[in-house]
Design a protein around this ligand. Structure first.
Ligand SMILES: Cc1ncc(COP(=O)(O)O)c(C=O)c1O
Length: 363
């Protein structure tokens, strides 16, 4: 793939290392450039790195009306050798195409996705924030651009990648457990729907539930299946719980659960974590009983942004509260967070090919 570079002039773009004094936050900043590529006449063409700027979209673009839009979220880390490494980006590229398929959209060949993202990171590498626990958050997305008001799959798309220099997700260290609202009123997905995709519309549909959760003093909703019997997901994370013997349980991936790359990594790491990690159907009633009896001692969410979000308590719609263990962040949860983030930062070595060095190519 021959990428064209139309870069900002030297005086307009970052020319020295980014050494922020304060936490730059998560997902707030942008870098100087973005990657773009278009699909029409049955093929992807014009891959290019261009200045980050608003782009033109036809008011009749299918993405704006019928929601053909999917995205990904990945991270890159700077190691002690001062090089930047992406974490399991091939899995994100694969999942973007799975999401696209679920929405009848055109996927982007994985090699093209990886080449585009690496070219962009290479160009904007000075934007990596030099602070503890920082990352470059990578947001690739595909949206339908065809200007047509009839409801059928678009024949034109744009693939875009933007980067967000991000600081530590946990400002005060990994110490605060959150509360989740167990809602029987809001559902994220139904079988046969789009729950296993990162479709933009899934997130629009979750906003109301998130707002209601906040009214209960909860950080997010614990989503159940449509029959309110099984535990599925936590807001934009997979759910997990930990048994008294340290076994980690993640709900089995179905077509109503997004296949989290963080969860998959924890499943792959099992041995290195020193505990069993497995998937099974998690029944709400049994889950509640096991928390009450002390059979479940820790719980939380897995996802790229937070990596691990410890859950200290659940609140029901009748405002009853269910506390997990002593409500604080447990030792198993801490260890999982530590091991995975240490691998990402290159402090300990993980499985082969999880980290990919961004080559210095800028032409
Ligand atoms: C609905 C949902 N579930 C789970 C996850 C966690 O997936 P990952 O670990 O790949 O970020 C995300 C975030 O991407 C999500 O949006």
């Amino acid at each position: 793939m021959q990428i064209t570079y139309n870069l900002k002039s030297a005086s307009e773009r970052r020319s020295e290392a980014f050494e922020p004094k304060e936490n730059v936050g998560f997902g707030e900043l942008r870098t100087d450039h973005m990657f773009l590529m278009d699909f029409s006449d049955g093929q992807w063409h014009n891959p290019r790195v261009v200045p980050y700027a608003p782009f033109e979209v036809a008011p009749g673009a299918i993405a704006l009306h019928y929601g053909q839009s999917v995205f990904e979220g990945a991270k890159a880390f700077r190691h002690n050798d001062e090089e930047i490494y992406t974490f399991r980006l091939d899995k994100n590229a694969e999942r973007l195409n799975r999401s696209a398929d679920i929405l009848c959209m055109e996927g982007v060949p994985e090699v093209m996705q990886l080449a585009g993202i690496e070219a962009l990171i290479d160009v904007d590498r000075l934007w990596f924030p030099l602070q503890e626990d920082a990352c470059l958050y990578i947001r690739p997305f595909i949206f339908a651009t065809e200007d047509r008001l009839s409801v059928s799959p678009s024949e034109q798309y744009t693939f875009c990648v933007i980067l967000s220099p991000s600081g530590p997700y946990y400002n005060d260290g990994f110490s605060k457990a959150i509360r989740l609202l167990i809602s029987k009123r809001f559902h994220r997905a139904v079988s046969g729907g789009t729950g296993a995709s990162k479709a933009s519309g899934n997130y629009a549909a979750s906003l109301k539930a998130g707002k209601v959760a906040a009214e209960y003093g909860a950080a997010q909703v614990l989503y159940l299946d449509a029959s309110n019997q099984q535990i599925e997901e936590v807001g934009a994370m997979n759910h997990f719980h930990i048994l008294k013997d340290g076994t980690v349980i993640i709900p089995t991936f179905t077509d109503t659960i997004l296949k989290s790359i963080t969860s998959e990594s924890i499943l792959d790491l099992g041995e290195l974590l020193g505990c069993e990690v497995r998937q099974e159907t998690v029944w709400l009633d049994k889950f509640i009983q096991d928390i009450e009896s002390g059979g479940i001692i820790e719980a939380g969410g897995f996802g790229t942004a937070a990596v691990v979000a410890p859950v200290g308590s659940y609140i029901f719609e009748d405002r009853r509260v269910l506390t997990v263990g002593d409500g604080a962040v447990g030792k198993h949860t801490k260890r999982i967070y530590q091991v995975l983030t240490d691998i990402q930062k290159g402090h300990i070595s993980g499985p082969k090919n999880w980290l990919r060095k961004v080559t210095r190519l800028e032409g």
